[in-house]
Design a protein around this ligand. Structure first.
Ligand code: SF4
Length: 220
């Protein structure tokens, strides 16, 4: 069964999601040595999808079920039908496209729903075997794949990353497009910049106490 989530932030735009961190191999920082403990990259240390409402069983359940559901025959057809009335769609409000088989199926859904503008943030570009399929998705006229920078202090690679976290709203508008959801109670309020292929990099001002702590440590 297709399980779609809706977050109030996105103006009611729907999303297909998985559990954060356990489907996010790109959230793990390169270990210093083989025996080093697992450490998350800065951007994932204060992950919103591991806090607040995301800890409730009714929010976790569809994300856990989706991890099995995508493997069944007929999932692509069912997703295409489920998107019949959508004009915008966000992949992975939480979680990431952790398996090549899932990426191949999502590509098919994107190809078969040209009436939908798809936005997919991801860190899977760090793994060479995912790069070709992410490029194939992004080459579609109705898809924007945003490769996320790991930085929380605005550092990104031009021409590679499509989004980055910044400590506050003081950004160079010639370089990045600022997400202004913070001016609208955390809601998109009609903005659709993340879905827009013409916008190379979105800068998201950090929010939340845990992210503020990560930034303090990084800027110290
Ligand atoms: S940049 Fe626009 S579309 Fe993207 S999250 Fe912010 S308000 Fe929403």
């Amino acid at each position: 069964m297709i399980r779609i989530s809706v977050t109030s932030k996105l103006d009611g735009i729907r999303s297909w999601s998985l559990q954060a961190l356990e489907t996010c191999p790109g959230s793990i920082a390169e270990p210093a040595t083989h025996s080093s403990p697992v450490v998350l990259v800065d951007a994932c240390k204060g992950c919103y999808a591991t806090q607040g409402n995301y800890r409730y069983p009714n929010v976790k359940a569809p994300r856990i079920e989706n991890r099995e559901d995508w493997k069944r025959e007929g999932w692509v057809d069912d997703m295409v039908k489920a998107l019949d009335s959508d004009r915008y769609f966000r992949w992975f409000d939480s979680g990431d496209v952790y398996a090549i088989g899932l990426a191949e199926k999502i590509l098919q859904v994107m190809q078969q729903t040209p009436w939908v503008k798809h936005w997919m943030p991801t860190r899977m570009h760090k793994f060479v075997k995912f790069q070709a399929i992410l490029s194939a998705m992004d080459a579609l006229p109705n898809v924007k794949v945003r490769l996320s920078s790991d930085s929380v202090v605005g550092q990104y690679v031009k021409g590679l990353h499509g989004s980055v976290i910044v400590p506050d709203a003081r950004v160079d508008p010639d370089q990045v497009t600022l997400c202004r959801a913070y001016e609208n109670n955390g809601k998109c309020s009609g903005c659709r910049a993340c879905y827009d292929k013409a916008i190379p990099v979105i800068a998201y001002p950090a929010h939340g106490r845990s992210m503020a702590k990560v930034i303090r440590l990084r800027l110290a």
